[in-house]
Design a protein around this ligand. Sequence first.
Ligand code: SF4
Ligand code: SF4
Length: 241
Amino acid sequence: MTRTEKIKEHARNLGADLVGVADLALLEGIDTEPADLLGPYRHALALAVKLPNAVFEQLPGRPTPLYAQVYLNANALLDQIALRLCAHIEGQGYAALPIPASQPLDMTVFRSHLSAKAVANTAGLGWQGKSLLIVTPEYGPRVRLVTVLTDMPLQADKPLKNRCGSCTCCTEACVAGAIRNVSTDFHYASREEALDFQKCADKLVNEFSPMENIGKPICGICIQVCPWGRKLKGRGACSEV
Ligand code: SF4
Ligand code: SF4
């Protein structure tokens, strides 16, 4: 077993459902906080935890307290997996830095230290869908993500080509009318190309977050409707959830 295979197996044993390796050279120029965050590292491990299908089947056009708690729990699990994976990598003599699963540094633009979606996309975990979510072949967008930066020499995975095709499910279902139904091969030049970000943010921050027992800017609707997460035959069928 190669070093890369062993690290991936270790991450799965810690609880990750999906693991990929991104070559940080492919992310050159990406916004980070601080600006030199990636400097000491060569690779990023992208880790995903699957969210339960049942929680999405219950969403009545808005987030529920159950979904809010599952979201929190998944982030906590991811942070624990990342922390323990870092300790494992350090134990082998290499540097490793966990980037928290959900730690927005600027709530007006929802930016964090580093985009976990960009890392997951580069690491081949999934493609960036029209909703800007990472859509994995295994679970669609029903995953949460975390990143571990490392200088450990690893074999990088290849980014996946976009498979949204002519699907319009998330565009039709978006509760803010924010998704523009724009296609891309690998990734969008900016998030504005795919999404009217302000419309989405206004909905989440002003309407959903203040709801009782929600308390955070989450939604879940574009996750709920994506056919790749619902295992629909004939991808793109936007039948009733
Ligand atoms: S999170 Fe909600 S408002 Fe934002 S794009 Fe998805 S469905 Fe639309
Ligand atoms: S719902 Fe359709 S268009 Fe939107 S991300 Fe999923 S596959 Fe892509």
